[in-house]
Write a protein that binds this ligand. Structure first.
Ligand code: FAD
Ligand code: SF4
Ligand code: SF4
Length: 931
C-alpha cells in the first residue's frame, strides 16, 4: 500500500506506524534507534519525486494527526496530517485562507507541503509554504523535541535547546556564510536542497525555514504554526487562447509585470484534455488553439480587479497578436463560466495527464524546473532542443508568470532505454536551467528523482548539506537517501517496474484489453481518490475513514503486488487482506472519477476471488449473496417468514449466524414473486412470434421477491405510453451480489442463464429495461467481464434504465398529469450506480412531467448501504457514518417522501430518518387511471 506515490518510484517499506500524538512519534523514533530502522514521514503520499518512499518504517501522519489545534486572525496551529482543503474550509468561515495553493489541495497534507516547500498557481502573489510557516515542532532523530520559530515569547522561550542543534547550526552557518550567499542566492522559487539562508544576526537563529523543504530528512514534524491571510473579496479570471506556445510565453512574461495573482499556462496537449473534461470546455477551446493562459487578479474592490485585468489583457495583445480571450469571469457576477469553473481547469487536467500517450507516457522526472520569468522564453526554446536531441516530446504546464515549469516528457515503458533517458534528460535539461539562473526544483522537492542532481545545482554547497544532515541526523535514520545521498544513480535505483506478464497468478475475470496488469499499472498514485471534497463522490469508504487502506489507490497497489507475486493469495485471504478488500463495496465511483479511469472495483473482485480460492467465502457473505436461492420458498411461506424476521430472538440469531445487523429493518417478502404473477399479456406466450413486443423487462431480485409492485407499475406505465413489454421467463438474479463477494463462478452461472434468455431479445433490437441500477450495471458492465459470448455485447448495448427509457415518452406522460403528486414534497436520491451510468436523474424529470412541482434532487453522497454491505453487523456503523449526511437531510422535515431507484439506498433512506422511501416508479404509477 505504501510502496508507491505519484512518482515513478517504488520501494516496499518494512512497516507502517500511525501516531496519534507527539508521544507516539517520540516512541517510534526511540524504536527506530533501537532497531536501527530508517523512518520515512508521510502525508498524503502524492510526492512526484518519491520523497515519501523507502524501505524503512513509514510514519503515516495523515491518519490520526489531522487536527486543527487553535487559530486567531493571523495564525493557525495544525498537526501535519491536516488536508489543505479541509483546513481552508474551516478558515473560510472567518474569511481566511492558507495562501499556498497546490493543484491537489483536496488531498495534500500540511506536513507534506512543509516537507517539500509546496506552492501553487497563486505563488506569484502569496509565495511558498516557507514564507507562511512561522513555527514548527519537530521530533529529532534522538527523540528530543525541537521547537523552532522567531517569536516564541508565549511559550517561555524554551526554543531550540534540543540536542544543542541550534548552537551547532549557528556555528556551521557562520563558517559557511560566504559559500551560502554565493551558491544559494535569494530566489522566488526554491525547493531544492536545504535552505540555508537563515538569519544569523539579531537573536537566536530560527531554523523554521530550513525545516521547510527538508523532506523529513532532519526530523518528524508534529505541529506547525502557519500564517493565514484574509481571502481577497474580489477576483477576476480570464482564459486567453494563443495560436502558439511562444505567443503564450511572451504574454506570460508581459503579464508578470502587472499585479496579477496567478498566470497558468497550458500547452496544446493540456488543451486537448481540457476539451475532454466537460462539454462547456469543449466548446470553449477550439482544436486550433496552441496554448492558453489562465490569468487571475484579486483585490479589495470589484472595480479594481476588473480594471487590472483589462490592463493586463490590453498589454498582452501588444506582445502576442494571436491572443483571444475565450472566457472571463468576475466573482459575484453572473457569467457563462464562474471563477470556480475556470479554476477547475488545472485541478481537473493535471491528474489526467497520464491518459495521454500510448506506448510512451508523460512521466514526472523533470517536472519542477523554475527559471526567472525574464528567461522563460529562451529557456523553453533551449529545453525543446534537449528533448529533440533525445527524440522525445514533452507536455508543458506552467505557473508561467513566476517561471515555474512542469514538463513531462513522453518516455517508453520500463526498460533500459527508459532508464537511460531518466538520467540523461535531467542531466542536460538541468544544465540548461541552471545556465538560465533557474533551479531544478521550484515546488515539488528532490526526493529520489532529483537528489542525485543537487551537486549540479549547488556545487560545493552540497558539502554543507551533508554537514547539516550530520548535525540533525548522525545515524542517517530520517528518510535516508533524499537530499543527501552518495548514490549517483539514486534516480533509477528504485523504479516501478513492469509486471512480468508470463508469471501472473490465475485470474478469474475476463481481462482482455486492458489487461489486469495494465489496469493496475494505470494507477499513477496521484491520490485524487483520497479527496473528500463535495465536488465528487469517490470514495465513500475513504470519506468515512480516511486511512490509506480505505483508498482506492491502496487496492491498485496491493493488487499490483499480487500480480508481481510479492503478495500471495494466502496473504490476500489473511485478516489484513480481507480488511483491505472489505473496504470496497463496489459503488464504482472511483472508476468514474479517477482521472486515469482505473477499474479498481474489478481489481477488488479479482482479489476477493483469490481469497475464496484459498479458503472459501465467509459464510454470511455466501448466504447473503444467495437470497435468490431461497426467494421462492420464503415468498411461499411469507405468512411465516415475515413474522419470524420481525421477531427479536430470530434477529439476534440471524446476527450471530449470518451477521445481519439486528438494528436493520428488513424488507418483507412478498406473498408471490413477481415472476409468478406477470400479467398474461406480458408473457412471451402472449404472441405467437413474440414480434409484437417493443421492450423486455429484466427484473431484479428485490422487485421479484420483495416488492413485485415495482414491476407491475412499470408494466402499467409502459402500457400507458403504448410500449408492449415482455417479461422473459427463465431469467434469474443478476449475480451482482455474488460478484461483489468475489464468487465469480457463481455469478458467471447466473450471467450465463440470463444471457441465454435475454440474448435473442436484444438481438431483435428490444431494449432490456431495468428498474434496479445494480441489475443494469450487471448487463452493461459486469457480464462482459464474466462471459465470452457474442450476445453479451448486444445485451450491454440494449440494456437501459427504466427512467431513461420512460423519459423518452415525456410528452405522453405529461398528458397523464394528475393531481396525485401535487402536494407531495419529494426528495430524490441518485444512487451511485446510476451516477456511474450517467443516467442524469431521469426520475426527477418524470416526476415533474407527471405533476410534481415539489421534487428536489438532493446530493448528499453515497447512501452507504451498497447492496448487502450495510446490512451486516460488522459494517453497520460505517454504513451509517457514510449515509449520515443523506439521513440527516431527509430528517430535516422538509420532505414528505424519499425516492430512489436503488433498493439498498431506499433501505438506508428509511432508516432512522422517519421518512418512507419508495421507488419512483411507484410514485409515477399513482398518476395512472386506477386499474
Ligand atoms: C496531481 C498532482 C498535482 C500536484 N500539484 C502540485 C502543485 O500545484 N504544487 C506543488 O507544490 N506540488 C504539487 N504536487 C506535488 C505534491 O503533491 C505536493 O508537493 C504535496 O505538497 C505533497 O504532499 P503530501 O501530503 O502528499 O506529502 P507526501 O508525498 O506524503 O510527502 C512529501 C514529503 O514531505 C515529507 N513529510 C510529510 N509529512 C511529514 C512530517 N510530518 N514530518 C516531516 N516530513 C514530512 C515526506 O517525508 C516527503 O519527503 C502535485 C502532485 C500531484 C500528484
Ligand atoms: S486510483 Fe486513480 S485517483 Fe487513485 S491514485 Fe490511482 S490514478 Fe489516482
Ligand atoms: S468502488 Fe466505491 S467503495 Fe470501492 S474503492 Fe471505488 S469508490 Fe471506494
Amino acid at each position: 500500500m505504501y510502496a508507491t506515490d505519484a512518482s515513478l518510484h517504488r520501494a516496499v517499506p518494512l512497516g507502517v506506524a500511525f501516531p496519534f500524538d507527539i508521544d507516539d512519534v517520540r516512541a517510534i523514533v526511540r524504536f527506530a534507534n533501537e532497531e536501527d530502522t530508517p523512518l520515512i514521514a508521510r502525508g498524503a503520499g502524492t510526492s512526484t519525486t518519491g520523497a515519501a518512499l523507502g524501505p524503512g518504517l513509514i510514519v503515516d501522519f495523515s491518519r490520526h494527526m489531522r487536527r486543527m489545534l487553535s487559530r486567531d486572525d493571523e495564525y493557525v496551529d495544525v498537526e501535519p496530517g491536516v488536508v489543505l482543503s479541509e483546513l481552508n474550509r474551516q478558515l473560510r468561515s472567518t474569511g481566511h485562507r492558507f495562501g499556498p495553493d497546490p493543484a491537489n489541495a483536496a488531498v495534500t497534507t500540511v506536513g507534506g507541503m512543509i516537507g517539500v516547500n509546496s506552492s501553487g498557481s497563486r505563488s506569484i502573489a502569496v509565495g511558498d509554504v516557507r514564507r507562511h510557516t512561522a513555527r514548527t515542532n519537530v521530533v529529532l532523530s534522538d527523540a528530543e523535541v525541537l521547537r523552532t520559530g522567531a517569536d516564541r515569547s508565549d511559550d517561555g522561550g524554551q526554543h531550540h535547546s534540543a540536542s544543542g542543534i541550534v548552537t551547532r547550526m549557528e556555528s556551521l552557518l557562520g563558517e559557511r556564510q560566504e559559500l551560502i550567499e554565493r551558491l544559494q542566492p535569494q530566489r522566488e522559487r526554491d525547493s531544492c536542497g536545504y535552505f540555508l539562508r537563515l538569519k544569523t544576526t539579531g537573536g537566536p537563529i530560527d531554523l523554521t525555514p530550513l525545516l521547510v523543504g527538508s523532506e523529513g530528512t532532519l526530523g518528524l514534524l508534529t505541529q506547525a504554526r502557519l500564517r493565514i491571510e484574509p481571502i481577497p473579496p474580489h477576483s477576476a479570471v480570464s482564459l486567453v487562447l494563443f495560436e502558439s506556445l511562444d505567443d503564450a510565453l511572451a504574454a506570460a512574461v508581459c503579464a508578470a509585470d502587472f499585479p496579477i495573482s496567478a498566470c497558468d499556462l497550458f500547452d496544446r496537449r493540456h488543451l486537448s484534455l481540457v476539451r475532454e473534461t466537460e462539454i462547456q470546455f469543449e466548446k470553449l477551446v477550439p482544436r486550433a488553439a496552441g496554448a492558453a493562459l489562465l490569468i487571475e487578479t484579486e483585490g479589495e474592490e470589484a472595480g479594481d480587479v476588473g480594471r487590472r485585468m483589462a490592463d493586463v489583457l490590453h498589454a498582452i495583445e501588444d506582445v502576442a497578436a494571436t491572443a483571444d480571450v475565450a472566457a472571463q469571469a468576475v466573482s459575484g457576477s453572473k457569467t457563462a463560466l464562474s471563477v470556480d469553473d475556470l479554476w477547475s481547469i488545472p485541478r481537473k487536467i493535471i491528474p489526467r495527464l497520464t491518459r495521454l500517450g500510448g506506448e510512451r507516457r508523460p512521466v514526472p522526472i523533470v517536472e519542477d524546473i523554475a527559471v526567472p520569468p525574464a528567461a522563460l522564453r529562451d529557456f523553453v526554446r533551449n529545453a525543446q532542443n534537449v528533448f529533440q536531441r533525445y527524440e522525445v516530446t514533452a507536455t508543458m504546464y506552467a505557473h508561467a508568470a513566476h517561471g515555474q515549469i512542469h514538463f513531462r516528457p513522453f518516455l517508453p515503458g520500463p526498460g533500459p532505454e527508459r532508464d537511460r533517458l531518466l538520467e540523461a534528460i535531467p542531466r542536460d535539461l538541468y544544465a540548461v536551467a541552471i545556465r538560465h539562473g533557474g533551479v531544478i526544483s521550484g515546488e515539488h522537492g528532490d526526493g529520489l528523482s532529483r537528489s542525485a542532481f543537487l551537486r549540479t545545482q549547488h556545487g560545493e554547497l552540497y558539502r554543507v548539506f551533508r554537514e547539516v544532515k550530520d548535525i540533525f541526523d548522525p545515524h542517517n535514520l530520517m528518510n535516508p537517501g533524499k537530499i543527501v545521498t552518495d548514490d549517483p544513480h539514486v534516480t533509477i535505483r528504485r523504479l516501478r517496474q513492469s509486471v512480468d506478464s508470463e508469471a501472473l497468478p490465475q485470474l478469474q475475470l475476463r481481462w482482455s484489453a486492458p489487461t489486469a496488469t495494465q489496469v493496475a499499472a494505470d494507477c499513477n498514485g496521484c491520490g485524487n481518490c483520497k479527496s473528500r471534497s463535495d465536488a465528487g463522490r469517490m470514495c465513500p469508504v475513504f470519506r468515512a475513514d480516511p486511512a490509506e487502506a480505505s483508498s482506492p489507490r491502496s487496492k491498485a497497489n496491493v493488487f499490483e503486488s499480487f500480480l508481481r507475486g510479492d503478495v500471495t493469495a494466502t496473504d490476500l485471504a489473511s485478516p489484513a487482506g480481507r480488511d483491505l478488500t472489505d473496504r470496497c463495496f463496489q459503488c464504482l465511483q472511483c472508476r468514474s472519477e479517477c482521472p486515469a479511469n482505473v477499474d479498481i472495483p474489478s481489481l477488488v473482485i479479482e482479489a476477493k476471488a483469490a481469497q475464496i480460492a484459498v479458503d472459501g467465502a465467509a459464510w454470511p457473505d455466501w448466504a447473503l449473496s444467495r437470497v435468490h436461492g431461497i426467494g421462492d420458498l420464503a415468498t411461499a411461506t411469507a405468512f411465516l417468514s415475515n413474522p419470524l424476521l420481525a421477531n427479536s430472538t430470530v434477529r439476534w440469531m440471524l446476527e450471530r449466524t449470518l451477521g445481519i445487523s439486528r438494528h436493520r429493518n428488513l424488507p418483507r417478502f412478498a406473498r408471490r414473486p413477481f415472476l409468478r404473477i406477470v400479467p398474461r399479456k406480458n408473457r412471451e406466450q402472449a404472441t405467437k412470434s413474440g414480434d409484437d413486443f417493443a421492450a423486455a423487462y429484466f427484473v431484479d431480485q428485490f422487485a421479484n421477491f420483495f416488492e413485485p409492485e415495482i414491476g407491475l407499475d412499470l408494466l402499467r406505465l409502459l402500457d400507458a405510453v403504448g410500449v408492449r413489454c415482455v417479461v422473459p421467463a427463465g431469467q434469474t438474479a443478476s449475480g451482482s451480489a455474488m460478484l461483489a463477494i468475489g464468487d465469480i463462478e457463481g455469478a458467471r452461472t447466473l450471467a450465463d442463464q440470463n444471457v441465454r434468455v435475454l440474448g435473442p431479445l436484444a438481438r431483435r433490437g428490444l431494449p432490456i429495461i431495468c428498474t434496479e441500477p445494480s441489475a443494469l450495471i450487471s448487463l452493461k458492465e459486469e457480464y462482459p467481464r464474466l462471459l465470452d459470448h457474442p450476445d453479451v455485447a448486444v445485451i450491454a448495448k440494449h440494456a437501459v434504465d427504466a427512467g431513461v427509457f420512460l423519459r423518452e415518452y415525456g410528452d405522453q406522460l405529461s398528458r397523464l398529469n394528475s393531481d396525485s403528486l401535487l402536494d407531495t414534497t419529494i426528495a430524490h436520491h441518485e444512487p451511485c450506480h446510476s451516477r456511474t451510468l450517467q443516467t442524469q436523474r431521469p426520475y426527477v424529470d418524470l416526476l415533474r412531467y407527471l405533476g410534481s412541482n415539489k421534487v428536489e434532487a438532493i446530493d448528499e453522497g453515497c447512501s452507504g448501504m451498497a447492496g448487502t454491505y450495510g446490512l451486516t453487523a460488522r459494517n453497520y456503523d460505517s454504513s451509517l457514518a457514510i449515509g449520515r449526511p443523506l439521513i440527516q437531510r431527509l430528517k430535516s422535515g422538509a420532505f414528505d417522501v424519499g425516492t430512489s431507484e436503488c433498493s439498498a439506498c431506499r433501505m438506508q433512506m428509511g432508516h432512522r430518518s422517519g421518512l418512507k422511501a419508495v421507488h419512483p416508479i411507484r410514485l409515477l404509477a399513482r398518476s395512472l387511471p386506477s386499474r
